[in-house]
Design a protein around this ligand. Structure first.
Ligand code: NAD
Length: 490
């Protein structure tokens, strides 16, 4: 492993380096060797995170010393971190992303010289811009009954606005003509719909860029059929996670895909791949992804010449067909160290085909988006109450009617997994033991009577949680003039 160089000249920028788990130390070391051979003016502070930290009993996987280092350097180059599965620990990656609010995850992919895939001649050159801190990755989950788990998909207008602006700015910085916003707004009209509506609104500020909305499943399909269609794809956290593994696959797989996590105060650069425990410590890992992550980092630091020099050396190596085992088709495979030596040996050379392109810094507006119009009007239109029951819907209906008889609420629906079950024929469905009732009201004093309703209802049925249904007045967004519809589907 490369040693710490704290005593270098002041002109050298210090960055935090996290070797990580599994193949992490091998590929991080490879990237550092290339950076050093290219005389990049950086010094390194090595920090821990991941498996070794969990083993010491720290359930975050990220020690304070690592947080302090990144807070000071503002830049980290990181190897993959293992996430223990199902033991209550958080992902150290998610902890880092949240700690530094690195809201923008970018995953660029391009056809690489010498790497033959079914998509080699398709002129692929796109960036997936993934929202990085919200959505299902907030990890807010509950066991509603012993047999029913529920996760909260949390998306904010502010979060959507920040990532969408970042996507448009990325398009401008890379001189790209279009941004596709990929959502599942046709089904999740409020959460994914918020991203779509925000996209349509922010798009108006970027008349020089074409904005397109695309349903996420069609986006996955089009990426395989016509990947050359896309310049920038902006999407929510979970969708982006899956889509960016797909796009990595188009150009050679996880061994070559790099990513950046960008926030207002810190940026973390890494490979898309994980710790690959199956090949760890065997000199088999492809360091291309981590070397590419360091190239993206150099551009972020505006060390454009150094970035281009290393990129040319990497592409020259790939073009020569001297590849690691995950990619080698005909020539004997190189080990991690041997491949790294080839890249170092190719510094100063250019591949036969190299498209130089403009790399302007992405302009991040470091002011938080404002909240929607205030004061806005808020009207309680009803409540949704979730409860555990194995009774039939008709039986539940009788109980509900008996508890609301003298109050402000009327029964709108008894739902199971989002479908109304008390009026429809449900003989072919398999209800689970978590139901929801939707009670509506137009009584302005209904709010004060929620507690007494719950008290009466709770004596008969075990309720688990309640959602108030509000109508908000908002005129900021095109499709939200007047009042929005009541939150939630049946
Ligand atoms: P993985 O990416 O580690 O491995 C998937 C497959 O790809 C394996 O066959 C592996 O050998 C291969 N592979 C990955 N990187 C390679 C490389 N550079 N060169 C050659 N082959 C490579 O995915 P996984 O097995 O699902 O995850 C292993 C661990 O990594 C898990 O604990 C997971 O949580 C963690 N992980 C971390 C990150 C991160 O730190 N950003 C990302 C993904 C997964």
């Amino acid at each position: 492993m490369t040693q710490i160089h704290d005593n270098e000249e002041m002109t050298h920028q210090k960055i935090t380096v996290i070797p990580g788990d599994g193949i992490g130390p091998e590929v991080v070391n490879a990237a550092l060797q290339v950076l050093e051979a290219a005389n990049v003016p950086l010094t390194y502070e090595f920090c821990e995170a991941g498996a070794s930290v969990f083993l010491k009993g720290d359930p975050t996987g990220v020690p304070q010393a690592t947080v302090d280092s990144i807070r000071q350097t503002r830049i980290a180059l990181k190897g993959p971190l293992e996430t223990p599965v199902g033991y209550g620990e958080k992902s150290a990656n998610v902890t880092l992303r949240k700690q530094f609010e690195t809201f923008a995850n970018t995953r660029p992919v391009t056809n690489l010289p010498g790497i033959i895939t079914p998509f080699s001649d398709r002129n692929i050159d796109l960036v997936v811009v993934r929202e990085n801190v919200e959505d299902l990755y907030a990890g807010i989950e509950y066991m509603e009954t012993p047999d029913v788990a529920q996760g909260l998909k949390l998306m904010s207008r502010q979060g959507c606005e920040k990532i969408i602006r970042f996507a448009f700015e990325t398009a401008r910085a890379l001189n790209k003509k279009s941004v596709h916003c990929a959502t599942k707004a046709n089904i999740m009209k409020l959460t994914e719909g918020l991203m779509k509506r925000t996209f349509e609104s922010v798009n108006d500020e970027y008349p020089d860029i074409e904005g397109h909305h695309i349903i996420i499943d069609n986006c996955a399909h089009q990426l395989v059929i016509r990947p050359e269609l896309f310049d920038i794809i902006v999407t929510s956290n979970m969708n982006g996670d899956i889509l960016s593994d797909l796009t990595s696959g188009l150009v050679g797989g996880l061994g070559v895909a790099a990513s950046s996590n960008i926030g207002y105060n810190a940026a973390i650069f890494e490979a898309v791949h994980g710790s690959a425990p199956d090949i760890a410590g065997k000199n088999l890992a492809n360091p291309t992804a981590l070397i590419s992550a360091s190239i993206i980092m150099l551009r972020h630091l505006e060390l454009f010449n150094e970035a281009t020099s290393i990129e040319k050396a990497l592409y020259t190596t790939l073009e020569s067909g001297q590849l690691t085992g995950d990619l080698a088709k005909s020539n004997p495979a190189l080990g991690t160290k041997e491949f790294t030596n080839q890249v170092i040996g190719n510094l100063g050379k250019s591949p036969t085909q190299y498209t130089s392109r403009p790399y302007a810094p992405v302009q991040i507006k470091k002011t938080l988006p404002k909240y929607s119009n205030t004061p806005h009007k808020r009207i309680l239109a009803g409540i949704d109450v979730y409860f555990q029951s194995q009774a039939q819907a008709k039986e539940i209906e009788k109980i509900v009617q008996s508890t609301i008889v003298s109050g402000p609420f009327t029964l709108d629906c008894i739902a199971n997994r989002g479908s109304c079950v008390h009026i429809n024929d449900t003989s072919d469905t398999h209800p689970i033991d978590l139901y929801r009732i939707r009670l509506l009201t137009n009584d302005p004093d209904a709010e004060t009577q929620i507690a007494s309703f719950l008290q009466a209802f709770g004596k008969i049925i075990h309720w688990t949680h309640l959602e108030k249904l509000h109508q908000f007045e908002s005129s900021k967004f095109k499709s939200e003039k007047g009042f929005t519809s009541i939150a939630g589907n049946h």
